[in-house]
Design a protein. Sequence first.
Length: 337
Amino acid sequence: MRRAVTGLLLLAVLAWSAPSQALDKVRISAFQGSFVALPLYVAKEYRLFEKHGLDAELIYGTGIQVTNILVGRSADYGAFAIEHGINLLGKGQDLKLLVVCQSLTPYGLIVRNEVPTPNIDKPYPEMLQDLKGLKLGVSTLGAGTDTMLRYLLNQVGIKPSEVQILPVGATGAQVAGLKNGTIDGAMSFEPAQSEAVQELKIAKMVLDLQGGQGPEIFRDFAYNGLWTTGAYLKGHQEQARALVAAIVEAQTMINDPAQTEKILKVAVDNMRGIPPELLRSYIEKYRQIFRPVGTPTQIEHVETYLQGAGLLKNPVPYDTVVATEIMPKEFNAPAGH
C-alpha cells in the first residue's frame, strides 16, 4: 500500500514539473499605435494568442511597410489594408485573406484651421474643391492613405500635380506636421483625427469617411485584415485557424460594452500621449466596426474602389482573395451591444 501511495505521489510530482506543451511561434506584421490593429493589441494583452496555443510576435511597420514585411517573408502573417492584398493578387502575388480586423475605412481628410474652406459644408465631392494647391500629408507613398487621397482628388477633378502629396509618417507625425505648418492637411486615421480636431483644436474635418461621408461603397467595406501567403497556409491550416479564433475573441471583447475598461487600457498603452477620454470616446463610437467577417459584397466594394483608383484592371474572384475554409461566416456581437 505504501509503495502504491509513493508511486502516485511521484507521478503527481512528475506531472506537475513537466513542461507545458510548447506554444506555436508566429510572426505578424502590424501597425503600431493605430486603432486598425486594436484586435491584435487586445489579443496580445489578454493572452488570447496563448489561449489558442500561439506565441505571437508583432512586428511593427508604417504604411506599405506592413505589407512588405509579409511579402518579403519576414513575417508569417500580416495585418494590413485589404486593398493592398487584392492589389498584389491582381499582380500575381500568392496571398490569402483569413479574417477581417476592421470593416470600415478609418480615414478622415483634415486641414489646419487657417486653411480657407468655403466649400466645406457642400455635399460630396464638392467640399474637396478647396484642396487644390495644398500640401497634403500621407503616411507613406503607396500606402492606403496615399491611394485614398489620390482617389478622392480624382473624384473632384483635381490632378495629383495640382497638390503636394508629402509622406510624413504615422499618426503622431501627421499631427506634428499640422501643428508646425509643414503640411496644410492630411489623409489621417485615428487617433490623429481626435488629437488634431478635438484635443488640440488645430484642424477641422473636411471629409469624414469613417463617419459615413463620401462614396456609398465605403459604408459596406472590408478595410483591414489578416493575410498570409497561399504557400504558407497549405502547411499551417490549424495554426491559421487558431490565430483567427484569437482575433475573433478579441473582437468580441471590443464589441462588449462591459469590457470597455479593459479595451481602454489596451488603447492607452498603445496610443501613447492621447488622452484616455478621447480614446474612450472612439471605442464607444466605433467598436462595431471591429468585425471578422469579410463578405463577397465587401470584397467587391474594395475592388470597385481599386478599379476607380486605377490600381486594379480586372476583379479578383472572392474565393481567390479569401481563404473561404477559414474566414468566419458569422459574428454574434455580445448582448447589450
